[in-house]
Design a binder for this molecule. Structure first.
Ligand code: KIV
Ligand code: ZN
Length: 522
């Protein structure tokens, strides 16, 4: 395998991904994700947008200080202030990159920037020259590149390279391109920009038409050598190209796509599950590579084929993405060691504290359930990211279901900042009654945007995994929890989301308030 066929994996889970509805992460979570990304062999980690907020700055700076063996990148607009802020955050990094961007499409220049093309061109050149004073590794993106006029795009790309950009990233910002068209655009740049061989061509494809991965791979076929992507495909709107799909497509179809990455694919499940657990954004079961059904064979004909020879219906092995089959059945008599091993096989490397708390919940669950499936273990580990130091904690819940003459009623006790308080409420249903208790105990203006329940396994003793999304002041947060009691899972998911809103409120105290009215005395 030659170096000219090596595709650089630029992960933007912590920047573009974090811009997905509800996907904001705290500092500790970002650090852990960055460590996982570095551990799996990601070449460049875009750690955030330092000028965007104090939290982003701190996260980029902390990642730059602690995560080694990979390039740490910070995003900036084309202004000195942005670039200096990114450079400041990146200072401790072993290897750093400044990624600066400016829109170049007619629509963006006219309406968003309200700038003439010549001024955009000059501002871009100045921004790259300024960024180069901080680091030799500068990337430039013409935002909305796929809808930019070709002559202007060629002119800007040539000048960007002359000014010192070593990577030129062509974004399909609005996910509008289709693979043949996007490949032609990259080919056009390869053919027309005289100094194109002095830079690595990168692509950044959004998934609005479900073509993010296809567009990225089409670009590689004509010479792009960096792909920007995210774990689980999270990102603005419909998200970005999913890293796991790109990496596994290149690995599985090396016969027709003879390119390679430095990614250890056996780390994929771990990264996907950890991200899903901390963001509360569940992965759809039929999602390629990392969905719960991605390696499940339901029909008898398929099962029979796989038993005779897995290749009949499996184009890649579960082991290659970090899933391992186990003959050990865990139950209430299983010990900590067996539990840790099973968790590891499922892609979770638990530290001592996380193991302790997950193992306790495993024992509690094993007392309630006859059979413990891998899905149960995954759900309970994902769920345990709710911390003991959360402001709001569920202490107890009793719910009475009822008919028209006997409305559902919930009695709840919460611990809020260390003090216990209780409330009784009725509602349109038991979930409504329970949520009314939370609202009374912790008054807030957040809107419930999503309430979703799914059974982790089959049977009436199955755990329910509940996702809740709250929106307040234009910001969204997700909460996810699993329990054999659907009502308990619902309240814990709601409370997890509410705790995330509180953290955001604290972070933004100096800036915008989110209007979350906290009343500890209620
Ligand atoms: O989608 C986009 O255009 C971006 C740029 C900042 C690269 O995220
Ligand atoms: Zn983007």
């Amino acid at each position: 395998m030659s170096d000219k066929d090596r595709v650089i994996i630029f992960d933007t889970t912590l920047r573009d991904g974090e811009q997905s509805p509800g996907c904001s992460m705290n500092l500790g979570e970002k650090l852990r994700i960055a460590e996982i990304l570095a551990g799996m062999g990601v070449d460049v980690i875009e750690a955030g947008f330092p000028i965007a907020s104090e939290g982003d700055f701190e996260a980029v700076s902390a990642i730059a200080s602690t995560v080694k063996g990979t390039v740490i990148c910070g995003l900036s607009r084309a202004t000195k202030g942005d670039i200096d802020r990114a450079a400041e955050a990146l200072k401790p990094a072993e290897r750093k990159r400044i990624h600066t961007f400016l829109s170049t499409s007619p629509l963006h220049m006219k309406y968003k920037l309200q700038m003439e093309p010549d001024d955009v061109h000059d501002a871009m050149v100045a921004s790259i020259k300024h960024a180069r004073q901080h680091t030799d590794d500068v990337e430039w993106s013409p935002e909305d590149g796929s809808r930019t006029e070709h002559d202007f795009l060629c002119r800007c790309v040539e000048s960007a390279i002359t000014a010192g950009a070593g990577t030129i990233n062509i974004p399909d910002t609005v996910g509008y391109a289709i693979p043949t068209e996007f490949a032609s655009l990259i080919e056009m740049l390869m053919n027309r920009v005289p100094n194109i061989d002095k830079a690595v061509i990168s692509v950044h494809c959004h998934n609005d038409l479900g073509l993010g991965v296809a567009n990225s791979l089409a670009a590689v076929a004509v010479g792009a050598r960096q792909i920007e992507c995210t774990i689980n495909g999270i990102g603005e709107r419909a998200g970005n190209a999913a890293m796991e799909e790109i990496v596994m497509a290149l690995k599985t179809r090396a016969d027709v796509m003879p390119y390679h990455t430095g990614i250890d694919t056996t780390q994929i499940m771990k990264a996907s599950r950890f991200l899903s657990g901390i963001t509360g954004l569940a992965v759809q079961p039929n999602k390629a590579i990392v969905g719960a059904n991605a390696f499940a064979h339901e029909s008898g004909i398929h099962q029979d084929g796989v038993l005779k020879n897995a290749e009949t219906y499996e184009i890649m092995t579960p082991e290659s993405v970090g899933l391992t089959k186990s003959n050990i059945v865990l139950g209430k008599h299983s010990g900590r060691h067996a539990f840790r091993e099973r968790a590891r096989d499922l892609g979770y490397d638990l530290g001592d504290n996380a193991l302790q708390s997950a193992f306790k919940r495993f024992k509690d669950l094993a007392d309630l359930k006859k059979e413990m499936f891998d899905e149960d273990i995954i759900a309970l580990i994902d769920d345990q990211v709710v911390g003991d130091d959360d402001t709001i904690q569920l202490v107890s819940l009793e719910v009475k279901c009822g008919t028209v003459h006997n409305p559902p009623n919930a009695s709840m006790t919460l611990k809020i900042s260390g003090s216990e308080c209780s409330y009784d409420a009725t509602g349109d249903g038991p979930v409504d009654a329970a949520f009314n208790c939370i609202k009374a105990l912790m008054p807030h203006e957040a809107n419930l945007q999503l309430y979703q329940v799914h059974a982790v396994t089959q049977g009436t003793d199955a755990q329910a995994e509940v996702s809740v999304r709250l929106e307040e002041g234009g910001r969204t947060v997700n909460g996810m929890a699993a329990d054999t009691d659907t009502l308990v899972a619902s309240c814990r998911a709601y409370i997890m989301a509410l705790n995330k809103l509180l953290v955001k409120r604290q972070k933004n105290r100096a800036g915008r308030a989110f209007g979350l009215a906290i009343s500890l005395s209620a």
